[in-house]
Design a protein around this ligand. Structure first.
Ligand code: DGL
Length: 274
């Protein structure tokens, strides 16, 4: 496995990746919280979804995705994919060498623990994330008294990729999945997949107004700001610019979804081979 070493500066970009459009929710949160940072986003649209694949495959993809971003000499890598955060964060760290890595899962777990009043947390995520039990472990490392109930919602990823934010099919599937939390008395629900904030309003309507929703995308952006501040690596010079976008397939489809989720026209997108 190749390890990269390079010098970084506050002006260096931040590399962000996910399997597809889902990580754009992290890009959006980063732009809101850190507007001066240069962002490079890689969406592995050729190989989405990750969440239904084996650990071996996910770990290979995690290496490839990180290596692509390392070509741009980033000062930080954000794993905008809970599945990779759960199963392959060590692969990303190894591939990065000396660059700090932030996984979306850790940040989501922290925010959930700090917000749950009754220590009863629900987590929804991909099959791989839920089977790994990584959220429950991360939450219980922070507070062993918290009870965690998890439910895999594999159909949410293709629904988000299709842009079915307000579709009757999404409503039906959300009702079916979220029924798993009936009777468990959770007060907090973690959106443990970065595609899910795209369906947030439907999830909120289905689960009801009394349950607090945790968007791990926002949590990771706050964590990135903290870390950049602590290490003196905040970019104070650059003007706000569009993210540099890379995809591994179907750039045209990506542009339609970009417009939908980011609310602006997509800047140029580069096709890269994986
Ligand atoms: N958005 C990703 C996550 O946070 C991956 C979804 C997928 O490709 O299955 O887990």
């Amino acid at each position: 496995m190749q390890t990269h070493q390079h010098k970084t500066a506050p002006e260096s970009p931040i590399g962000i990746f996910d399997s597809g459009v889902g990580g754009l929710t992290v890009v959006r949160a980063m732009q809101a919280i850190l507007p001066a940072e240069r962002l490079i986003y890689f969406g592995d649209t050729a190989r989405v979804p990750y969440g239904s694949k084996s650990q071996v495959t996910i770990r290979k993809y995690a290496h490839d995705d990180t290596a692509i971003l390392m070509r741009y000499q980033p000062k930080m890598i954000i794993v905008a994919c809970n599945t990779v955060s759960a199963l392959a964060l060590d692969v990303v760290e190894k591939t990065c060498g000396n660059i700090p890595v932030i996984g979306v899962l850790e940040a989501g777990a922290q925010l959930a623990v700090s917000r749950s009043e009754h220590k009863r947390i629900g987590v929804i995520g991909t099959q791989a994330t839920v089977c790994s039990n990584a959220y429950a472990c991360a939450i219980n490392m922070l507070d062993s008294e918290v009870t965690v109930h998890s439910k895999a919602c594999p159909l949410f990823v293709p629904l988000a990729e299709e842009g079915f934010t307000d579709h009757p099919a999404t409503r039906l599937i959300a009702a079916e999945y979220l029924r798993a939390f009936d009777g468990h008395d959770i007060d907090t629900l973690v959106l443990g997949c970065t595609h899910y904030p795209i369906l947030r309003s439907m999830i909120e309507q289905t689960i009801g107004p009394d349950i607090r929703i945790i968007d791990s995308a926002e949590a990771v952006a706050c964590r990135a700001k903290e870390l950049l501040t602590e290490t003196g690596m905040l970019n104070t010079t650059s003007e706000t610019e569009n993210p540099h976008l890379l995809v591994s397939d179907l750039p045209q489809k990506f542009s339609m979804l970009y417009r939908l989720f980011m609310g602006s026209e997509m800047p140029d997108v580069e096709l890269v081979e994986v």
